[in-house]
Design a protein. Structure first.
Lengths: 458, 251
């Protein structure tokens, strides 16, 4: 029903576009048009689709809660809790849809009939109202087309609003995500002291799992210390950057300054393709190839190496980030104006002197920006760590041992059995928001550095 | 006395020929101006004189260019030494995004000219004085060179070029991005510099060529149409095309 209605509105909008354009051509024979004929079409189509679709959307949002209120009115005198009312409403809906399998009481049956009835009324009312709106707005728009009113401005204003709503949507969704993280995190911090979370050195949430009952507050104190996770996160990111920064920068310098046009033409897209390899592929590469390899070499040297080592995960993560750094730093260095290079060459500087003394310093802010963006990617990386570095949150600085990161722990917490309202589950949100704050911080610094760089040459 | 002697120079960009059999004698401690309409090859020729065309991958130079009997168009040539001897000033002022001091000290550092900090200070001061910029910047040598005005930036580039005491300075339309006052300052500077160095200047402005140069060469479509004393080129050209260009009938 809804699908038909929306299709009808959209088809009508298309039709009115052609109709409006045709009408404009008719007007053209007697008087000068106020805009190109297609604007007449856009005008009619916008007036046709926009009001009807807005009303449709609002109706779809509010209808269920209104119907629910009507149904549950019959139950107000029974002193039921919110959860019980919700259960009843779910039962009524299931009964109405014919998928209910439990005991059917008279009362429930009656409610279901009422539900079907209400739904029917709501549906026909919706169709009637939308048709009325369509007729009204179309005739209004058609009249102004007939009068040959100015068409360009309303269409431009309409487009401005469409764009505004799109960007508003994007922003609101982001804010919504942040707030949902924040609220769950606040609930977590009601159970666990924020001090214990930030400064505690033991992360072992499984310890607090108690069947049917509240966990011991003493246990909680020692189970949610995030220090090992933060340490692990930055440790693995550090190993990754140790791999990625030198290789990425050197290859970026090669690409921008030394590589011939032919090499660059093929090498650059290939490097950018590398950036598109799914991280899970890197993950099993780390777990199945690099991890055992590191262990073998370590054992041969007489070192004790865990099969899941921070070194393996960090190194592979570094490889994953190389294209990121090399491609970005190549872009920044290529963006250094050619006349600076010419100036340096004309002074008799060699290529490496030019790179070292002119290009690299001039591009440095941009390069720092790209490195910071890469760090925030490394910090947020999940799959490789989950697969290659294990899940035990050890507080260690030994790259040959296994350690875990914030993201990996969030995965551990949220897969498998879980219970909402449990501090263990909520701790995922607390971790999420702290990770968000860290990466946000890094991104803000990175972007402001990049921006500063941009101002220099404009 | 001839400083640079070019014979039958042909330049190709890929398959497109940009210069045709250019032969020219550039006299020592004089200003030689190269004029001609856009795309006529005058800048291309200028860039042959310090091998800046090496930077362009597809560019190929044929013929002989001799400076004091040293063949410039040879694989064996030490390009770094050549560029120490032949400085260049570009169309758009291009100081490095470094301090004024570092900009001037760039060349002496690369070529290991100064033995001590005092010597370097001395070179920087002399170069800036020769470029008529010292009085304006002596109190702010540690400010960024790109923060100067356009005319000052160009004089900074000239100071940078003369810091290694070159024998020849090439100028590629050095005033085209500057206002009339800055242009006048640069022209005055060129007049002073020619006592010590040979200058080759490419310019779009015929009046500038007339003001600063002793010899003028007119390029058209990659050919050197006419070359001679500036007075003669402007007052009594032999070639009809030169006559037409000078009087503003084309170009």
């Amino acid at each position: 029903m809804n699908l038909i209605l929306v299709t009808f509105i959209i088809l009508l909008a298309f039709t009115s576009y052609y109709f409006g354009r045709k009408k404009a051509l008719v007007i053209q024979s007697s008087q000068r048009l106020t805009a190109l004929p297609k604007f007449y079409g856009y005008y009619l189509a916008a007036w046709c689709a926009a009001p009807a679709l807005i009303i449709f959307a609002l109706w779809s949002v509010f209808e269920p809660s209104i119907v629910k209120t009507f149904i549950l009115q019959d139950y107000t005198d029974q002193n039921l809790t919110k959860n019980e009312l919700q259960l009843i409403y779910t039962k009524v809906k299931a009964l109405a849809a014919g998928t209910y399998t439990g005991n059917i009481t008279n009362f429930l049956d009656e409610s279901a009939n009422k539900y079907i009835q209400l739904k029917g009324i709501a549906n026909s009312a919706k169709v009637a109202i939308i048709l009325a709106i369509l007729i009204f707005s179309l005739s209004f728009a058609y009249r102004s087309v007939q009068k040959n009113d100015r068409m360009r401005e309303p269409v431009e204003i309409f487009l401005k609003w469409v764009l505004f709503v799109a960007s508003l949507g994007a922003v609101l969704v982001t804010i919504g995500i942040v707030f949902s993280l924040l609220f769950e995190a606040i609930r977590f911090f009601q159970a666990v002291k924020i001090f214990d979370f930030i400064f505690g050195t033991h992360w072992y949430p499984a310890k607090t799992f108690v069947r049917d009952g509240q966990p011991d507050p003493e246990l909680m104190k020692d189970a949610f210390g995030a220090v090992p996770l933060f340490a692990g996160t930055f440790f693995i990111a550090f190993i990754a950057m140790c791999v990625a920064i030198p290789i990425g920068l050197l290859s970026g310098i090669y690409l921008s300054e030394y590589a011939g046009r032919g090499v660059r033409k093929y090498a650059k897209p290939i490097i950018e393709i590398l950036a598109g390899i799914p991280t899970v592929v890197y993950g099993f590469f780390a777990a199945l190839t690099v991890g055992p390899f590191v262990k073998e070499i370590g054992n041969a040297m007489g070192l004790e190496v865990s099969a899941e080592s921070a070194l393996a995960a960090g190194a592979v993560m570094g490889v994953m980030i190389i294209p990121f750094i090399s491609s970005l730093s190549d872009d920044v260095m290529t963006a250094v104006p050619q006349n600076l290079r010419d100036g340096s060459y004309a002074m008799g500087a060699t290529k490496s002197e030019t790179v070292k003394k002119v290009i690299f310093p001039a591009a440095l802010p941009g390069i720092v920006g790209s490195i910071l963006l890469a760090v925030s990617r490394a910090v947020g990386e999940t799959m490789i760590v989950v697969m290659a570095s294990g899940l035990a949150a050890n507080l260690t600085m030994n790259p040959l041992e296994s350690t875990s990161t914030i993201t990996a722990q969030i995965v551990v917490i949220l897969i498998g059995d879980q219970q909402f309202g449990d501090p263990k589950t909520q701790s995922a949100f607390a971790l999420g928001i702290s990770l968000f704050i860290v990466t946000l911080f890094l991104n803000v610094i990175a972007l402001s550095v990049v921006k500063k760089y941009r101002e220099k040459y404009e | 006395m001839s400083k640079i002697k070019a014979e039958n120079v042909n330049v190709y960009y890929g398959s497109k020929q940009a210069l045709f059999d250019v032969s020219i004698d550039i006299a020592e401690k004089e200003v030689t101006a190269l004029i001609g309409p856009s795309g006529c090859g005058k800048s291309t020729f200028l860039r042959c004189l310090n091998r800046m065309n090496d930077v362009i991958e597809i560019c190929r130079v044929e013929g002989s260019i001799k400076m004091d009997n040293l063949e410039l168009n040879s694989r064996k040539l030490d390009v770094v030494r050549l560029r120490e001897n032949v400085g260049m000033v570009f169309q758009k002022p291009n100081p490095f995004p470094k301090t004024i001091y570092e900009n001037v000290a760039y060349g002496p550092t690369i070529h290991g000219i100064a033995q001590s900090k005092e010597e370097m200070d001395q070179i920087v001061e002399t170069s800036l004085k020769k470029a008529a910029l010292w009085n304006e910047v002596k109190d702010r040598l540690d400010e960024i060179g790109t923060g100067l005005s356009g005319g000052q930036q160009q004089r900074l580039c000239i100071a940078r070029a003369i810091s290694v005491s070159p024998e020849v300075i090439l100028m590629d339309e050095p005033c085209s991005a500057l206002d009339p006052i800055a242009t006048a300052q640069i022209e005055e500077l060129i007049d002073d510099l020619k006592k010590e160095v040979t200058i080759v200047i490419v310019t779009h402005s015929m009046s500038q060529a007339a003001r600063v140069s002793q010899k003028t060469g007119f390029f058209h479509l990659g050919k050197l149409i006419e070359f001679g004393p500036t007075d003669k080129i402007f007052k009594n050209p032999e070639n009809q095309q030169t006559q037409d260009y000078i009087t503003g009938r084309f170009g």
